[in-house]
Design a protein around this ligand. Structure first.
Ligand code: ADP
Ligand code: ZN
Length: 521
């Protein structure tokens, strides 16, 4: 490619890196050839260079749309330190700063301009920029345009009309959210024109994954941490209270542990953050308030004492371990009472019913992943649409096959119960029918007469829920969230129904504790 040598040069002289990583170079070539481009790359994979480097190689201006003011400021500061003329335009600027910004951009000095979407889409901003030679528009965190995502931002939807405002300017959209639906929605909502897709692998081969049912969480954590006294790591908890208690406990055990959550004074938080970044062997005990934009390469472990709210969240949080490529640990204990708490959070969230359903199904997917009996990494990557042919050999389930039972018959009972009742009902109803309950709804629907009524008395509700989660995780059953969570049987469940395939489930089931109500952040 014509640009290769110059791109390579810029990579070395300006950014100080010897080689491109993964498909960075191919992405940059796509952008420079004027193509719309979609980049799916995990966090920390190196997305920024994919638009920063083309910006340097072109004469005009590159616009970067970014949703978070804090991240925008960090990036611009980092670019300036590299000697790159970058600016940001957002609501934090005072009139004087704005004036000098306009001057810098109008004179052609500025190469990269960061803006929040709502700022970019203001008519005055658009007509100003329309007069300037805009060579490239980069849309970071592009999944914010997806209406079902966690991070949906109404302002992002407007970005679709950039295709009309800048018809000759290529656009690059970047995200770390990998599901195929997300890709489709980004392309459609952003109006990307026949974009080239670049999907990087989500595998983090140096991270060892392990998940265990919680018995005594702290004891389990302590035995995990023994022998790791000199290592830096993060311990995630769901509530502020648990953060405080856990940090306290670890300190008493002689660990250099610090709490971090949104309820702490700002100076305490920044002090703890600095110590974590600068000192060796600090354990940060934190809520999810800790993490955004933290770039510490030698985090050796990320522990979860409570279940995160989705597989995406888990992947992102554990992804902070081992950025340096050295062996690292993702360690988690979970209990069904976490699920009760998380479900409570969803119930109290004020979201509409459909959204709540969506959140619940994400939580179930993660729970299903906790319970897998074969390679955990393969199953994690499958969730992100990535196939792995062989088991990884670097996860708990690869190391020791968990105790399991043959759930084929149970699965068949459940599947036929869903089919017999017309694929119109949610999990609670289906399980009630299996257990032979005779509530008013079941009587009204005449489902007491079904052959599947009461055929599942041999298992408990908890066990049935686990069977169902496994069927969902393996795509034998899907939840119709647009239809009150009705369960449907997928085509590929046929071999299971015909006993041509077996289903194994984990044996290690759960003690149940009463859920506690706490403040979450
Ligand atoms: P993302 O936006 O995908 O989360 P970043 O663009 O912030 O990732 O990059 C993550 C880290 O990787 C940064 O510290 C960045 O400097 C570094 N990085 C990016 N590309 C390269 C490269 N080709 N060689 C070495 N380090 C790189
Ligand atoms: Zn494995």
């Amino acid at each position: 490619m014509i640009h290769s040598s110059t791109a390579q040069e810029a990579l070395q002289t300006t950014f100080g890196y010897a080689h491109f990583r993964g498909n960075q170079e191919a992405i940059i070539n796509s952008v420079l050839s004027g193509q719309d481009t979609l980049v799916i790359m995990p966090t920390g994979g190196g997305k920024s260079i994919c638009y920063q480097l083309p910006a340097l190689l072109q004469d005009g201006l590159t616009l970067v749309v970014s949703p978070l003011i804090a991240l925008m400021e960090d990036q611009v500061l980092a670019l300036k330190q590299l000697g790159i003329e970058a600016e940001y335009l957002n609501s934090t600027l005072d009139p004087e700063q704005k004036y000098s910004l306009f001057q810098a951009v109008n004179s052609g000095r500025t190469k990269i301009l960061y803006l929040a979407p709502e700022r970019l889409m203001q008519p005055t901003t658009l007509s100003w920029l329309a007069q300037l030679p805009v060579d490239l528009i980069a849309i970071d965190e592009a999944h914010c345009v997806c209406q079902w995502g966690h991070d949906f931002r109404v302002d992002y939807l407007q970005l679709g009309s950039l295709a009309e405002h800048f018809p000759n300017t290529p656009r690059i959209a970047l995200t770390a959210t990998a599901t195929p639906q997300t890709q489709e929605e980004i392309v459609a909502n952003l109006n990307l024109h026949e974009p080239k897709h670049f999907v990087a692998s989500f595998d983090r081969p140096n991270i060892h994954y392990s998940v265990q049912p919680r018995k005594n969480g702290r004891q389990q954590l302590l035995s995990f941490l023994s022998g790791r006294r000199d290592e830096s790591g993060v311990v995630y908890c769901l509530s502020r209270k648990r953060v405080e208690e856990t940090a306290d406990y670890l300190q008493k055990q002689g660990f250099n542990a610090l709490p971090y959550h949104a309820g702490l004074a700002k100076h305490t938080r920044s002090d703890h953050l600095l110590r974590f970044l600068r000192e060796d062997g600090v354990i940060m005990v934190a809520t999810i308030a800790f993490g955004m934009g933290i770039d510490k390469p030698d985090v050796r472990f990320v522990c979860h004492l409570d279940l995160p709210k989705s597989t995406e969240a888990y992947y992102q949080e554990t992804g902070r371990a081992g950025r340096d490529g050295e062996p690292a640990e993702a360690w988690m204990v979970y209990g069904l009472n976490d699920v009760v708490q998380l479900q409570q959070m969803v119930d109290d969230s004020g979201l509409n019913e459909e959204r709540k359903m969506h959140e619940r199904s994400k939580l179930n997917a993660l729970l299903g992943w906790c319970e897998v009996t074969d390679c955990r990494r393969r199953s994690l990557l499958a969730y992100f649409g990535e196939e792995m042919n062989e088991a990884c050999g670097n996860c708990d389930t690869c190391a020791t096959t968990p105790p399991k039972w043959d759930a084929t018959t149970a699965a068949q009972k459940l599947l036929s119960c869903i089919l017999r009742t017309g694929q119109r009902f949610g999990s609670t109803y289906i399980i009630d029918v299996l257990l032979g309950k005779s509530n008013q709804r079941i009587i009204d629907n005449g489902h007491e007469q079904l052959s599947t009524h009461g055929i599942g008395k041999d298992l408990s509700v908890t066990q049935w829920r686990s069977v169902l989660r496994q069927l969902i995780v393996r795509n034998f059953v899907f939840v119709d969230t647009a239809n009150y969570g009705a369960l449907r049987v997928a085509q590929n469940a046929k071999p299971l129904l015909k006993s041509e395939q077996q289903l194994f489930l984990r044996k290690d089931l759960e003690e149940k504790r009463a859920p506690r109500r706490e403040k979450f952040t």
